[in-house]
Write a protein that binds this ligand. Structure first.
Ligand SMILES: *Cc1c(COP(=O)(O)O)cnc(C)c1O
Length: 228
């Protein structure tokens, strides 16, 4: 378990350096430790090392760990979300990173209204327009966001992307900077009341330093924390 402590120290110091390059501080970046297929003990170790945010990509794993690790962590849903699973995660999540279609938005809104809670979401953008990835293309984001005005129990907090994979993270930089500029342009628009552009969730083990340099303020890191 001490390796998890060491890993987190390394990740934090890398994030500090990257944040400083973009004129920000380490505390401006939220580290979501991605716990998919990671056991409860390792997640607890990460929590003791100062991690407050855990990401899961299945409703099953999130629900199970949410009950097993009852220490007030923030749970993030980061995977593809099926409509029939919304009811299982809605009361547990702090943020859903993967809103990518209207029927899902309507279902989240419907369930949220039932429990009287507003649900925070990010719109997942397929910044590389890859067939293999979920998310909506950049040019569809703006009309999508304006449709959210009719769903008052949703609160859009920003954008998320899973960038194309390159072994050399420098190759990903243009995709991150594209999304960052797009987000800044959107922020300057007159957005619906339930839409704000506070968060940019981008960067994983391979590329989080570049992502932070390019403006990410949420990174989702699995292997660099829990082991490769
Ligand atoms: C698995 C996963 C991550 C973390 O990936 P690592 O390469 O292990 O850091 C981040 N985001 C999503 C959506 C994931 O599924």
């Amino acid at each position: 378990m001490s390796d998890i402590l060491d890993n987190i120290a390394v990740v934090k110091s890398n994030i500090r350096a990257a944040a400083e390059k973009s004129g920000r501080k380490e505390e401006d970046v939220i580290i979501v430790a991605v716990g998919k297929s990671v056991g409860v003990n390792k997640i607890l170790a990460a929590a003791y090392a100062g991690i407050n945010d855990i990401g899961e990509n299945t409703a099953q794993e999130l629900s199970q760990k949410y009950f097993e690790i009852d220490i007030g962590l923030n749970w993030h849903f980061i995977g593809h979300l099926q409509r029939n699973k919304v009811k299982n995660v809605i009361e547990k999540v702090s943020l859903i990173h993967s809103l990518d279609r209207m029927p899902l938005a309507r279902e989240i809104n419907r369930r949220a209204e039932k429990i009287g809670k507003t649900i925070n979401v990010l719109v997942q953008v397929n910044v590389g327009e890859e067939e293999s990835k979920f998310g909506i293309n950049i040019k569809e984001v703006e009309p999508f966001i304006f449709e959210m005005a009719s769903l008052p129990f949703l609160k859009v907090k920003g954008l998320m992307t899973i960038a194309p994979y390159f072994r050399n993270p420098e190759m990903v930089r243009p995709y991150f900077s594209l999304l960052r500029n797009f987000k800044d342009d959107l922020s300057a628009r007159n957005l619906p009341e339930n839409v704000e552009m506070n968060y940019l969730s981008m960067g994983m083990t391979n590329d989080y330093e570049v992502a932070v340099e390019e403006g990410a303020n949420v990174v989702r890191i699995g292997r660099a924390i829990f082991g490769l």
